[in-house]
Design a protein around this ligand. Structure first.
Ligand SMILES: [Zn+2]
Length: 310
């Protein structure tokens, strides 16, 4: 026998029906909002949708497009960029974008597969490594002269796709290039004024192009361009011995990776750990603070000044 009276049972059925209706309708509305409609296939009346892989590219697109453009960073906060593997929702974001900007196939080897399996008739793809000369180092966004070319390409692309904002985009791109030139001069000046030319970096090989530009020698325990590159105990022992001979007082570590190796080097040599941010990606806290690529590079310069005996 039922523990509930008949009218209670009926009331419960009605309540379930109302709930199903309510959630069903809400979900239907949510899906309708998320799905790209055919009338939105043109950019008329709405902002251009730009999706980028790395934080640096996201910040360049944001600086050039500002409020005329909707820029999405594919990497979730705090995720290490070389280890990133796109999720189904990331593929969907790229599919729904007008413009997709990535660094190049050596930084994001997964891009070719995704684009290969996609209808690209309404998607414009900007490979930032194109026109940057031959280099096996994927960290092109850390060479400010290369960044100036990337920013120029973003400005030209936005101007072409949204001609009404062409002047706005081109002015923003030029203003950003001027900021980069000032940053570049500040780095050149600092390097000239400092006596140390060797930087011990406990992360992966991020700053090779940077080092070439400013005449700095980066010593890294890793041989490869990714944080999961192999590190042997022998290599670490050699490095510690070399650092002791050089009398290095500061050891730098990279963002978003636990600096285990840096701590070992610091303990063994008595050096102090300092962050050198590669701007691949940012943490949730940094995102909430509204950090920018230029801001991160200015902080890097201050920390370099500390370590380069200026
Ligand atoms: Zn890297």
């Amino acid at each position: 026998m039922s523990r509930y009276p008949q009218d209670h049972k009926m009331a419960k059925k009605i309540l379930i029906f109302i709930c199903l209706c309510f959630f069903g309708c809400s979900w239907a509305a949510a899906f309708a909002a998320a799905a790209p409609s055919t009338t939105e296939a043109t950019t008329e009346g709405r902002r251009l949708r730009v999706v980028t892989t790395l934080f640096a590219l996201y910040d360049f697109a944001r600086a050039v497009g500002q409020d005329r453009v909707e820029v999405t960073l594919l990497l979730p906060p705090g995720v290490e960029a070389h280890a990133f593997e796109p999720r189904p929702q990331d593929v969907m974001r790229i599919r729904q974008a007008d413009i997709f900007i990535y660094t190049g196939s050596s930084m994001e080897p997964w891009v070719d597969d995704i684009l290969g399996g996609m209808d690209r008739s309404s998607l414009i793809v900007l490979d930032a490594s194109e026109g940057q000369g031959a280099t096996s180092d994927p960290h092109i966004w850390l060479d400010f002269s290369r960044v100036a070319r990337i920013v120029g390409a973003i400005g030209d692309l936005l101007a072409r796709e949204d001609p009404a904002g062409a002047l706005f985009y081109q002015q923003n791109a030029r203003a950003y290039q001027a900021q980069l030139a000032m940053l570049d001069q500040a780095y050149q000046k600092t390097v000239r004024a400092c006596s140390a030319r060797t930087i011990v970096f406990s992360g992966h090989s991020v700053f090779g192009l940077w080092g070439e530009r400013y005449g700095l020698r980066f010593i890294s325990p890793y041989r490869g361009f990714s944080p999961d590159a192999e590190l042997t105990p022998r290599r670490l022992a050699e490095l510690i011995s070399g650092i002791k001979k050089l009398n290095v007082r500061y050891v730098y570590y990279e963002e978003l990776v636990d600096p285990k190796v840096g701590r070992v080097i610091a303990q063994e040599t008595g050096a102090t750990l300092l962050l050198l941010h590669g701007a691949h990606n940012i943490s949730r806290d940094e995102r909430e603070q509204g950090v920018t690529f230029i801001g991160l590079m200015e902080e890097n310069l201050e920390r370099l000044q500390t370590g380069m005996v200026c």
